[in-house]
Design a protein around this ligand. Sequence first.
Ligand SMILES: Cc1ncc(COP(=O)(O)O)c(C=O)c1O
Length: 511
Amino acid sequence: MKRRAPRRDGPPAKSLRLPPASLTDPARAGRFVHRLIATTLAHLKKDGRARVYSGAGVRDLARLFGGPLPERGRPVPRVLAEFRDRILRHSLQTSHRRIFGLLHPIPLPVAAAAETAAALLNQSTDAWKAGPAATQVEVRLVRWLNDRIGYGPQAFGVFTSGGGVANLLALKMARDRAIGGRARRQGIPRRLAGRLRVYASAQSHFSIPRAVDLVGLGTDSLVLVPVDRDMKMIPDRLDEMVRRDRRRGLVPVAVVATAGTTSTGNIDPIRAIAAVARRHGMHHHVDAAYGGAVIVSDRHRGLLRGLETADSVTIDPHKWLFQPISLGGLFVRDGRALAAAFRTEPDYLRKDLEREAGRLDFYHYSLEGSRPFRGLKLWLTIQAIGTEGLASLVDRTMVLASALVRKVERRPAFERYPAAVETTTCCVRFLPRWARRLSPRARRTPAIRRRLDRLQLHIQHTLETTGYAWFPPTVLQGTVWLRLGIFNYLTTPTDIEAVLDRIERVGSSGG
Ligand SMILES: Cc1ncc(COP(=O)(O)O)c(C=O)c1O
């Protein structure tokens, strides 16, 4: 029996229940867009009086969001009310001045507004023809950051969704450099399997082992180099470890220095590590996802001395340059190496079919295909407040961090983690009266340490669930510390005092 072809046109258009033009036609959707933004801004204005977080737990929110999704659109006032009562109410109030240690608190409103514009424009910065101005803006911003790093004319780079992806791109470059171009076709040759090594400090970010895994080396190939008292990689130990590995027939591929460790904000000695990398022919990557922000500040860029000697650098403007998520970036001394690791050309993007064959397509430099116009927010930020304005906000957080350190050191109830505070992170522990009477050594005995650890967690959980303030705990050398970092340029010295007071109060009653 002959089968009838299915009807392609479906029911007549008139019978389709299409959503209203006020939500689907950009020319008529302005009212909705404005109301949504106004509702969000009104929520952010509550700072100071509001809780940092509602305190709702996983079960509460799973129940709240677990119901059926609407089949039919609801009236706009109801949509906005749901947004306010469910999403806003149970979101972390990132504009709150008593948020500490969150690497991405409130972004600059100008940058956040730019993000909305970028979404409406929906340029894709993978191919020039899908985002002409967008591509050129990102090229310009990459050049600005490369100039600040101190790279020369061969430098290039690409914006990414974050530091983790930028680190992955860097290790892909490093792998291909070590093995040669054939790695892209053949993977890791059998003679090198299990013999390639990547070095990073014991304080490096978890995205490094993840990247090592993803580029096919396996996490066993990551060698953790010890750090000194200031949480910095020890270059002599790096050198020793590489020499030892080479004697054993292993092949060093890359060393990753961290500029701004996640837990304490410390910066590895970049120049000394570069010298070791050169000596052993390794790719030198600097993960400056956090600390790279100081590159914009004339006062503080000296902290990154030697950055220009690295082969590649990760910098995340969505951390300490006050941009909304997502905006990370990889910057490389020689753009050709980045292209060699990612270049590809599908038929539908063939350059020889284009009107201008020399147009730059960012997909040749990244693992992403479709890419949002991430650069717009940074570009509009700089247009609106200038590079100096951006630097002044970094400088302000540095001033606040110094104030935090001074205030902590003045209070006998606090112990500060002894690493130098180089950027804006200061890790502290509350010491109840009984613990203050013990020597630091006695406080490190396992039973006392466990008791003090429990107390720090009690403090952290109490402040989080009551919504008074927000800061994460971290573990340093087996001990729990409270990570108080300043990333919110709206925080004031009074907020710092208030949080230290509250930690003391909760700690004194809970110990
Ligand atoms: C040092 C460092 N590198 C990389 C990352 C990863 O960045 P992202 O979360 O943007 O991928 C972080 C995140 O905190 C970090 O602190």
